[in-house]
Design a protein around this ligand. Sequence first.
Ligand code: NAP
Ligand code: G4F
Length: 324
Amino acid sequence: MNKTAIITGITGQDGSYLADLLLEKGYTVIGTMRRTVSDFEDKTKNISHILDSSNLILEEVDITDSSSIYQVVNKYQPDEYYNLAAQSHVGTSFKTPVSTTDINLMGCLYALEAIRLQKPDCKFYQASTSEMFGDNTVCPQGLGTHFSPVSPYACAKLAAHHMVGTYRKSYNIFASSGILFNHESPRRGENFVTRKITKAAARIKLGLQKELRLGNLEAQRDWGHAKDYVKGMWLMLQQDKADDYVLATGKTNSVQDFLDYVFDFAGLNPKDHVVIDPKFYRPCEVPKLWGDPSKANRKLGWYPEYDFKRLAIEMYEEDVRQAT
Ligand code: NAP
Ligand code: G4F
């Protein structure tokens, strides 16, 4: 029998790739998005290729509005619920700490309550994050590593992460948390550093831009491809028991490494174009993220197909195509 899954944040990077995967698997996908002033075409650009699918239903939900979550759970009685919607930009969370916490913590809690009260056998996935390790530079970071969040974003995500564990233990709800390290793609938002770099390199190469303004180039991240990571999310909900997992490539690179690799591939010299702008520094930085995905390898059979270089090239080439 076909399964029904709710994906919150379907218009974002991960939501769109997960929708592709679940539709391929024959699911009915209930994709939720919130109304904003940006027009529908712009808002749905990541899912424009599946909008005609008869198995995709879009619903208007703001995850800070508990009533809108209860209505959609009650209406569709889903088998699976993927909570991907979030204010996902760490830098922005310092400017909007209250709304970030409202979305990233309460959105998770409302969903858990909706499931507990209306569909207790629904399997729940929470988008947790390596940002929860914060300034703990013990490496590689895995399930036993101490959390040390250093942004409103990470604090809210950590509280949500603990809420998931609490609902699992208290009510026996199938609620799993994926602690995902950074994952990128051509669908990545343009204000995240990888996409900012690949888009700028493409535009500089085509003579459409001269300068790229960046912040801290020393930070290190474990970067993978979102397409690989959504497979891991799905696998987590196909297990017999709910649990927490880390998804990562197990390798780390600095922002400077990413910049150098993309510019070199494009035949450009970063020194001719990059300006360091303090505007992009954060009040507190996460210096080094490097994940240990061994439990996901062992228990889920999950291994990423993309490495850092293949990811960077795919993003750059797509940005060249879009700018041409
Ligand atoms: P993304 O591209 O920023 O997508 C987030 C989505 O959430 C957008 O569609 C956004 O829609 C929606 N949203 C925001 N606030 C909402 C609200 N109040 N109600 C309903 N929808 C709302 O993020 P992503 O990279 O796909 O990440 C997916 C999830 O994984 C997020 O929870 C993120 O925090 C987490 N995560 C991401 C990474 C990563 O490296 N990508 C790593 C670890 C964890 P609007 O257009 O309306 O804002
Ligand atoms: O691309 P970023 O904004 O990603 P960040 O902060 O690591 O967060 C992303 O990954 C998390 C998982 O670890 C997710 F939970 C979160 O939702 C998001 O997807 O920044 C990466 C690094 C940072 O150290 C930042 O300070 O790049 C540095 N950076 C340097 N210049 C910049 C810039 N970041 C941005 N966004 N813009 C810059 O100009």
